[in-house]
Write a protein that binds this ligand. Structure first.
Ligand code: KG4
Ligand code: ZN
Length: 335
């Protein structure tokens, strides 16, 4: 089966072509250069840029895959969650193709897509735990079976990616902050003590206090005219931001019968998180398999949407209709 998948939930316009689970093409057109000067994504601008790019991205993905629209069997798209204007563009493109070529529409949950990005690396083993870490979400998702999602912990306030972006903004490092802080952190030393956020036995997270603690620290240093290295701030922040993910993962693995853990979302690209998680599994949970998505599939992309759609199709889940809506907020438990 040939699947054409579209992802447009935030600031990446992406189209992928899959032949079953084989990825034939995955074109990602990033809008970062346009949003960078605002220090974050401007929703209205994002929608307009998706409108400008989407048809070219579809054309390019088909050309790279050497597939014609007439050969496509299913149209998959991200239904939500995300920026509503951005989602509408991808969904409308998907509906138009489905109508013209009389094809079934397969709506996909964005975070389910991030989790299924791991399927390009490994088969899933259930029960499985997914640690979803992105710009809008930080949650533990427990999967008893294929496409069955239960949220067992989540952030009470900010997402981890949001905290990375905010700290980067205060340090004047540009958007998105995650990759920049990650790089700087390895060049500095974690000399500033910061509190471990929500350091308790629950499976929940909280990143807003840590974000404020870093901002206060920078203000304090500047008020006192004390010089500091951005690398050291980045390193101190990253140490704590990742440490709590590791600690909470340990709690979950000690309490739930998990065979495999998959890391998902933009922050899955974080080098410290990848290394520390590998160490945790190697040292303390030898019977648990760890899956890390390849770096090119950590951020938003349509390949992951296509992979998730493939399993939806295999499982005969009900498909979307031409009158379905995009969902700005959408719990993965409802997918
Ligand atoms: O999944 P994603 O591309 O978009 C959402 O669905 O939110 O995640 C984007 C987030 C941003 O906050 C970005 O700063 C963060 O992922 N990010 C990182 C890294 N690469 C991207 N955070 C920490 N370390 C990284 N290497
Ligand atoms: Zn995402």
């Amino acid at each position: 089966m040939i699947i054409l998948a579209i992802e447009s939930s935030c600031d990446d316009t992406s189209v992928a072509i899959l032949k079953d689970k084989e990825l034939l093409s995955n074109v990602v057109s990033s809008q970062i250069a346009f949003h960078n000067k605002y220090g974050g994504v401007m929703p209205e601008l994002a929608s307009r840029l998706h409108v400008e790019k989407i048809t070219y991205v579809i054309k390019e993905a088909l050309e790279i895959a050497n597939v014609k629209l007439e050969d496509v069997n299913y149209i998959a798209f991200t239904q939500g969650p995300g920026l509503i204007g951005s989602l509408h563009v991808g969904m409308q493109a998907a509906k138009t193709l489905a109508l013209l070529y009389n094809l079934p529409l397969v709506p996909v949950h964005h975070l389910a897509g991030h989790i299924y990005a791991n399927r390009f690396e490994k088969e899933f083993q259930f029960p499985m735990l997914a640690l979803v870490v992105s710009g809008g979400h930080t949650e533990f998702v427990y999967m008893e079976d294929e496409l069955k999602f239960k949220i067992i912990g989540s952030t009470l306030d900010d997402a981890i990616g949001e905290a990375y972006d905010k700290v980067a903004r205060v340090l004047g490092l540009g958007y998105p902050g995650g990759p920049i802080i990650d790089k700087l952190a390895h060049e500095g030393k974690a000399i500033y003590p910061l509190p471990l956020p929500k350091n308790d036995q629950s499976f929940d997270f909280s990143y807003s206090g840590l974000k404020s603690a870093v901002i206060n620290l920078i203000h304090k240093l500047e008020k006192r005219n004390e010089s500091y290295l951005k690398e050291d701030i980045a390193s101190s922040f990253q140490k704590v931001a990742v440490e709590i993910l590791i600690k909470k993962t340990r709690h979950v693995l000690n309490q739930m019968p998990v065979k495999m853990i998959a890391i998902a979302g933009g922050v899955a690209a974080n080098q410290e998180l990848r290394t520390r998680m590998q160490e945790l599994i190697n040292k303390e949970f030898k019977n648990v398999e760890l899956s890390l998505p390849r770096l090119s599939l950590c951020g938003d992309n349509a390949a992951m949407i296509g992979m998730c759609a493939y399993y939806r199709i295999l499982n005969n889940n009900e498909f979307g209709s031409l009158d379905c809506s995009a969902l700005a907020t959408y719990s993965i438990e409802k997918f």
